[in-house]
Design a binder for this molecule. Sequence first.
Ligand code: 13P
Length: 257
Amino acid sequence: MAEAARSIRPLVAGNWKMNGLKAQLAEAMAVRDALAAGPADPGTDVMICPPVTLLAAMAELAAGSKLQVGAEDCHWEMSGAFTGDISAEMLKDAGARAVIVGHSERRGGHGERDCIVQRKAKAAHRAGLTAIVCVGETLGERRAGLALEVVGRQLAGSLPDGARAADTIVAYEPVWAIGTGVTPTSGEVGEVHGAIRRALSQRFGAEGEAMRILYGGSVKPANAAEIFAINDVDGALVGGASLKATDFLAIVAAYAH
Ligand code: 13P
């Protein structure tokens, strides 16, 4: 429902993926400074999730500002012999307030199944982080008419019991729209977001009604407003266009309501 959706505060989150050396922090500073120069309430939450190497520095430069900082992935254990992995507690300690889990680049590239994603979301909650849980079908699955079934299954298996609107965000990212410049039609996005909303409210009641559902996949300044106008779209998870402050801020402006 459009009116109900607009009662949810949007979130525009940038996922920098494996991009950015220290010099790239200037882009985050530009976002921070533009938010400071704008209205007292930008009308949307704004977050950047940098690679973990930049997390602490970005959290420091964003401290006390309207720019929130998140992370891209976590391990499900708190600590231990897991070479190369980072726990949710470590991310929190470095200044993150959220973490993306179940991104298709993790599901596809690292074989992460729903039960792993669910463990990671639980770890995020344990550490006091918001879990941004990604779901989305492949092109083959969409062509086979399986989009709603796949997304429904991922959602059921990836979200932990007891998820709340304050600690859990769902991101619908059709795999075929990520980094391709191709986006689903408004009807396709609306159909999936509506199905996600129904599943969330069935399972989590009022908490599910209030949970944010982001769209991700080739969100650009040129299509941001059109996507935000779709029912049950409560924000965006932005990849490539989040790397340049000017593009990212143009998307933020489209979501300020
Ligand atoms: P693009 O915006 O580059 O398509 O990436 C989307 C994404 O995967 C965000 O998590």
